[in-house]
Ligand binder design. Sequence first.
Ligand SMILES: Cc1cc2nc3c(=O)[nH]c(=O)nc-3n(C[C@H](O)[C@H](O)[C@H](O)COP(=O)(O)OP(=O)(O)OC[C@H]3O[C@@H](n4cnc5c(N)ncnc54)[C@H](O)[C@@H]3O)c2cc1C
Length: 353
Amino acid sequence: MIPSSQTTRNDAPDVLIVGAGPIGIETAIELGRRDLRALVLDAGAIGQQILEFPPATRWFSSPERLSIGGIPFTTPSAEKGTREEYLAYLRQVVDACKVEVRTFQRVETIVPLADQSGHRVTSTSLSGLQHVIDVPTVVIATGGTARPRQLGIPGEDSPHVHRSIGEPHRFHGRRVLIIGGKNSACDAAVLAYRCGARVTLCHRGQAIHDRVKYWIKPELEAMLRSGQIEGCFGMVPLRIEPDGVVLRSLENDATRTVEVDDVLIAIGYESDQTLLQKTGVQLLGSEEAVEHNPLTMETNVPGMYVAGTVVAGTQAKFRVYIENSHVHARRIAAALSNSEAPPEPVYNDLPES
Ligand SMILES: Cc1cc2nc3c(=O)[nH]c(=O)nc-3n(C[C@H](O)[C@H](O)[C@H](O)COP(=O)(O)OP(=O)(O)OC[C@H]3O[C@@H](n4cnc5c(N)ncnc54)[C@H](O)[C@@H]3O)c2cc1C
């Protein structure tokens, strides 16, 4: 039988935070500064979403915009930071601020307590150990990028179809079709090419996206012009076969088959709002953005708050990043300590993201 454990009300924290991404961690820091004890549970490691970025991914945002809890994130080069530098920063911040985190602890359910004094949170560890904890307040900071978007075409689940470039070395000597026209796809095209792959980039638009990082766009465009990377623009994939992908022109419906060894689909992510749904939190529209009070970040479920990119669900209307989520942490801490809240979050696109 799987053992289980229960945290009693006496040793329970004031606030349980689901998600140890940058904003979940930042919320714990802000709460700690107001003498509120927070416990953070994460289904993976701290910064799990960032851990899943390909090696050496460079942030869009300047280091100061990614700093959490006012603790400077600096890089050796004073340039924009990498995945590895930011993960090291998160580890240091968690340790230095004594943030209480339990990693590899997936929250499965959150239900109201019968006496209305809070919530019962049930989580499961990697080894299957179940833990139950009763807390007055819960903050959901589960992010907005739970799974890659699907194309919905035959062959998408084949073993030679990848969702992240991972370690690009594996593409040496292979014919790789990359589907997408934004940062991840463009980044991957350049990396795979440099690792000795024969790369074809397929995008429904007539060119790569305008906002591709300035340190990738000119180089990739030059590679496309010179034919080092083949571009199939204004085309969409119809089906993926073991040795090729059938593409259709959006202009005239003509089809062509590109021979491939590997396919990389890099068309963005979707959120998973199941936990919020199960707890009765109101979700809006097809993107499943979270209905909440922007001054306090409280949802329609009393004592249940949201912070970070989870707020926008599968991002369509809003653009919520780390950059413009810091205020969520301060608002929640202000609301829970009855102190003055900082100004309302602004969800406009910011110059750097
Ligand atoms: C390639 C790439 C580049 C990016 N560049 C930038 C940039 O330059 N600037 C910027 O501001 N943003 C950028 N972003 C977006 C940024 O990474 C995310 O917005 C950021 O990680 C969001 O932080 P968060 O704390 O809201 O959520 P996340 O970092 O997504 O953290 C959510 C956490 O919740 C955990 N979790 C989920 N469900 C459960 C559960 N049921 N139980 C327990 N834990 C759970 C996850 O394991 C995860 O660790 C980028 C994203 C990508 C993919």
